[in-house]
Ligand binder design. Structure first.
Ligand SMILES: Cc1ncc(COP(=O)(O)O)c(C=O)c1O
Length: 362
């Protein structure tokens, strides 16, 4: 890709890659050697650079630390079977990023900055993209207010960064979910469909309480009535009922998952009927009581699909059946992996490919 942005590249002289062990690594803990940075001042993005990964220098007066003007994305780069790197649905993630930024009154980012920054970062740190089956490099583009003032104010200066961390195959044991009918993650008219830091901070306490009761995650309900299912932790939620894929319709308090959208597309291709609609807690409880839920799973970038083992509604725990390797969720997961690694055709052009297979790293 042409370097239209004139990204300056300052390489680390001391790679940490040889000390890194994917097998013993924890998700999201080890940064790669570099990061991409851009700055927004006077309504313009500039100062595009790749630097060695290092702490940021922030004033204790930095606005984002006090008022939460922070937005992030989570996406993945995969090692393809020919050695190149594919990044999954860059444009879709960029669109959601800008939607979140707009909601948080932050400067939107042009596509070429997002895409070229990503390419530059992945080109210098390409060796960090693992090639083990089902592994990937988790990518974290994010933006913070970059202005110093302890007065409530909309920031005018911003910092955009891309960092990443290798992720091994994410095995998720079936999750035990707790249907939350007191606390809320997001309300209509709020920031639920933006990927802003505050949504996660606000979910921590109820999640901690659920964890203390032995649950892995909360299954959130709508804030107004607590009667309708929304999403779970960092995943959208999906069910197979009567051989149909059923998932809550998007509202402004649900994050529009890229995995959700991809799974719906593939499910349609497989000939499954897909229902995006309101699902009430009562309906779910009825279906569970009558053993009508064939599969329940979370859908998100980190796990791709995470099987759900039980759902607790009011004090009653409903167990889902054991899932075979041939479960629909695993069939779809495999298709997604095969598209990303180039094993099957990328019919929807979801892969952005970085051709590094025959490139000599300078
Ligand atoms: C709150 C929330 N819902 C759903 C998702 C799933 O979204 P995606 O599939 O784009 O990762 C995520 C993860 O990003 C999330 O944080």
């Amino acid at each position: 890709m042409e370097n239209i942005l004139n990204i300056s590249i300052h390489k680390s002289t001391d790679s940490r890659l040889s000390e890194f062990n994917l097998d013993t690594s924890e998700f999201g803990k080890t940064p790669t050697d570099h990061m991409f940075i851009a700055e927004y001042h006077n309504k313009t993005w500039s100062n595009f650079r790749i630097e060695p990964f290092q702490p940021l220098q922030l004033s204790p007066f930095n606005l984002s630390l006090h008022y939460g003007q922070t937005v992030f994305e989570g996406m993945k780069a995969y090692r393809m079977q020919d050695g190149n790197i594919s990044v999954f649905r860059v444009k879709k993630h960029w669109e959601r990023f800008n939607k979140s930024l707009k909601r948080m009154a932050m400067a939107e980012i042009p596509f070429e900055v997002f895409q070229e920054g990503l390419y530059a970062y992945l080109t210098v740190d390409s060796a960090w993209v693992p090639s083990v089956e089902d592994s990937s490099l988790y990518l974290r583009p994010f933006m913070i207010a970059y202005e110093d003032r302890v007065r409530v104010k909309v920031a005018e200066h911003f910092l955009f960064l891309i960092v990443g961390s290798p992720a091994k195959q994410y095995y998720s044991k079936p999750l035990n979910l707790y249907v939350e009918t007191y606390y809320s993650r997001a309300a209509s008219g709020g920031t639920g469909n933006a990927k802003c830091g505050g949504n996660y901070g606000g979910a921590f306490y109820p999640t901690l309480l659920a964890n203390q009761k032995g649950f892995d995650q909360i299954l959130w309900t709508d804030a107004a009535t607590h009667q309708f299912l929304e999403e779970s932790g960092t995943m959208n939620v999906m069910f197979i009922i009567d051989n149909k894929l059923v998932t809550p319709a998007l509202t402004d308090s649900i994050l529009e998952g890229v995995t959700r959208d991809s799974i719906i597309t593939l499910a349609n291709d497989m000939g499954l009927t897909v229902e995006e609609r309101k699902i009430s807690v009562n309906e779910l409880e009825n279906l569970l009581q009558n053993h009508k839920v064939q599969e329940a799973f979370g859908a998100g970038t980190a796990a791709i699909v995470a099987p759900i083992g039980s759902i607790t509604i009011n004090q009653t725990k409903y167990s889902l059946p054991n899932y075979s390797d041939n479960a629909i969720m695993f069939q779809i997961k495999k298709q997604l992996n095969d598209i990303r690694t180039g094993k099957i055709p990328d019919k929807y052009q979801w892969n952005d490919i970085i051709h590094i297979a025959n490139q000599v790293n300078s």
